[in-house]
Design a protein around this ligand. Structure first.
Ligand SMILES: [Zn+2]
Ligand SMILES: [Zn+2]
Length: 412
């Protein structure tokens, strides 16, 4: 009996030892030095990103035709189809306020908060990264089509030594610019530059500043959707979903250009996480014109929460060590900033969102940099080195026109 007990004890002891050995070690601290680029594309509806879009004639629009780049990136990273907005309004500014601060910003409930509330009320991801990583002015970048995003990107007062590169709409905060800003399109949408001009800012400024955290916003698609409503109201004509879809096709292409620019730059290649999301969906009620708007849904008669179609959004994350799969979990807009903070090695105590486990845990085990042995896989075109001098404009081509003054109420 004693021998039996001894053998039993030995067996149990060995079993415990073996099971201890089989438990993987806790993930090491995230190595410093990685970069994150967050791309925010305004107002993509579930029907479009879910592959259920139809054109003005009711014909299906294929996902591969509207979002070829997004589909390519989905194959390389973590696709999160179950993300919910964290604000009760279903409009842009509250969503961006929450994304930037990683928490609900109670005082920002519309696109037009009172002047005294028109700011971030909590530290933003950009501020925390700038401060904790001891980055300079260029170490964090915010480049957006829509102007107000620069205003809600920080908690005032912003001291010059804490500021970071902010370029929103037609203004940037560069202290002593050496060259005048250049815009190739006039102010098509009130308070916004076009997304193509935003891309030009990215392509010109990012290679020379190399921000470790870069936030980019593209807004044309939402503007084109709202235009449908305005045209209908003012002249009674059908503007059409065609233009919204065209803007989405364009933004998908611009996303590819951003990806390719990162892949073509040794500072970013193999060392950068790209995260993509949208600020809200669009109304999905039976009224055929509901797609043009978002927020409180009149047709659904819901006054206490945004339209069901506004709340459901997606997120996508691509980067070193991340799994290539569709995540089954549900997440909130407010989880995005804490996730990025974790990737950058920044603490974010004021955020209430939680880091997305499927991103931060694999990333914490990935080596610092995963070098590719093959040339970078470009999605649009390989980046070309900038020309040494600006070529003169061909005769007869007019110089770019300055932005025209705002002429109508903004419609986000
Ligand atoms: Zn929006
Ligand atoms: Zn809008």
């Amino acid at each position: 009996m004693r021998i039996f007990l001894f053998v039993l004890a030995l067996w149990v002891g060995l079993g415990v030892a073996c099971s201890r050995a089989a438990v993987p070690p806790p993930p090491a601290e995230l190595p410093a030095g990685r970069n994150v680029v967050l791309v925010l594309i305004d107002g993509i509806r579930q029907q479009e990103w879910g592959g259920r879009a139809v054109d003005d004639a009711g014909k299906p629009v294929r996902m591969s035709e509207m979002f070829p780049v997004l589909l390519q990136l989905r194959k390389r990273g973590l696709w999160m189809p179950n993300v919910a907005i964290s604000n009760p309004a279903g409009v842009s500014l509250p969503a961006y306020a929450d994304i930037f601060a990683g928490r609900r910003q109670e005082k920002i409930l519309s696109n037009y908060p009172p002047v005294e509330d028109f700011r971030s009320h909590y530290p933003t991801l950009m501020q925390e990264a700038r401060k904790q990583l001891k980055l300079g002015f260029d170490g964090v970048g915010l480049i957006t089509s829509w102007g107000p995003l620069c205003t809600i990107a920080f908690t005032p007062p912003m001291l010059p030594e804490d500021d970071f590169y902010r370029s929103c709409s037609f203004k940037s905060n560069v202290p002593a610019p050496t060259e005048p800003p250049i815009f190739f399109k006039p102010e098509v949408y009130t308070h916004s530059r076009t997304d193509v001009d935003t891309l030009m800012d990215v392509l010109r400024e990012v290679p020379k500043r190399h921000p470790r955290l870069l936030v980019i916003h593209l807004g044309d698609a939402d503007e084109e959707a709202h235009l449908h409503q305005r045209v209908q109201r003012k002249v009674g004509q059908h503007y059409g979903i065609f233009h919204y879809h065209q803007a989405l096709r364009q933004d998908d292409y611009l996303l590819g250009r951003i990806w390719d620019a990162l892949q073509g730059d040794p500072f970013y290649r193999d060392n950068t996480y790209l995260i993509v999301t949208t600020d809200h969906g669009r109304d999905t009620a039976e009224d055929p014109a509901q797609w043009a708007s978002h927020g409180r849904c009149i047709a659904e008669k819901i006054r206490t929460k945004p339209c069901s179609g506004c709340s459901g959004v997606f997120a996508l994350a691509v980067g070193p060590g991340l799994p290539t799969k569709t995540a089954r979990g549900t997440y909130l807009h407010t989880d995005i900033a804490p996730t990025i903070a974790k990737l950058l090695g920044v603490s974010f105590p004021s955020a209430t969102g939680k880091p997305i486990r499927e991103i931060v845990e694999p990333a914490s085990r990935a080596p610092q940099r995963v070098p590719t042995t093959t040339p970078p896989p470009f999605l649009t075109l390989p980046p070309t080195p900038p020309p040494t001098a600006a070529a003169p404009a061909p005769a007869g081509v007019p110089a770019p026109q300055p932005a025209v003054p705002p002429s109508a109420l903004p419609s986000r």
